[in-house]
Ligand binder design. Structure first.
Ligand code: GUN
Length: 283
């Protein structure tokens, strides 16, 4: 079997077009949806990411302001700036790019963002809302993965999903979203004993460890859906995921590529959360 590819670029394009329509509708009512992006320090990867986020926003019609602060900014100064953004009715979404410099407490910084503007979905209130099924903001990466399952018309009810990786921003929220769709969910991590025994049972595998070849062909049930959240580099410096794509695509029914899979979906879902935040504020 050769798996069908779930094209993250194509789906993200469709989602951006939807967001552009919602943005135009809000602007027609005199509201300009606005994402504030805060970058502290000069981490090279973060600089690229924030530029992408700002460009994506502007191309969709959303206003984005990118605030850059020096690495020696104090935590108190950052918290004060976040509180000012919380209080600014012209700002609908606030994103503080991670990682922050070591002298800052990331969780404390995240908890200072108003849950109503937490478009990353990292606030403890957002995590709690997801857990209990209340409206909130879902973290962009797992939400993008769920959209990819939706786009192939996959009915999760009664299916067994295995999530490999237990981070607060991907693995755990992913598991909650899958549970919310009536799937049976197993959360594993890279050192789970006999990981293969778990993944071989799975109708859906989400790999989110951040290590190459976490999932190989011998670990996948024929026909399973494989979602690859990883972003790694191989020996040649080329972008690759957590899944041995060449091998697994011969066994799986559906598979997401890297690049061109979950990555563009994560970026698209930030736009969805931002327009959602602006719409809620305008209600
Ligand atoms: N750093 C890497 N990924 C992310 C993300 O999705 N949001 C934020 N705020 N920082 C990140």
């Amino acid at each position: 079997m050769t798996a069908q590819i779930i094209d993250g670029n194509a789906l993200a394009r469709r989602i951006r077009a939807e967001v552009a329509g919602r943005t135009a509708a809000l602007k027609a009512r005199g509201v300009e949806p606005h994402l504030a992006i805060v970058l502290v320090g000069v981490d090279p990867a973060s600089q690229v990411y924030v530029k992408h986020k700002a460009n994506d926003s502007e191309q969709t019609g959303l206003k984005a302001t990118l605030e850059r602060y020096p690495a020696d900014m104090t935590e108190a100064e950052l918290l004060a700036r976040i509180r000012a953004l919380n209080d600014d009715p012209r700002v609908h979404g606030i994103l503080v790019q991670l990682p922050l410099p070591k002298h800052m407490g990331s969780q404390k910084v995240i908890e200072t963002i108003s849950p109503a503007k937490d478009v990353d979905g990292f606030h403890v209130a957002s995590a709690g809302a997801l857990m209990v099924g209340q409206p909130g903001f879902w973290p962009c990466t797992p939400h993008g993965c769920l959209k990819m399952l939706d786009t192939i018309g996959y009915d999760l009810k009664g299916k067994h999903a295995v999530v490999i990786g237990r981070s607060n921003i991907v693995g755990k929220p992913m598991a909650m979203m899958l549970l919310g769709r009536d799937a049976t969910v197993t959360i594993c991590h890279s050192r789970t004993a006999n990981l293969k025994a778990h993944t071989l049972q799975a109708d859906v595998v989400v790999a989110a460890v951040g290590k190459r070849n976490v999932l190989t062909a011998d670990m996948v049930k024929p026909g399973a859906v494989v979602i690859d959240v990883g972003m790694n580099r191989n020996e040649e410096g080329k972008l690759c995921g957590d899944v041995d794509f060449a091998g697994v695509k011969e066994v799986a029914g559906w598979i997401t590529p890297v690049p061109g899979g979950v990555g563009p979906m994560t970026r698209a879902m930030l736009l969805v959360n931002t327009i959602e935040a602006a719409e809620r504020a305008a209600r």
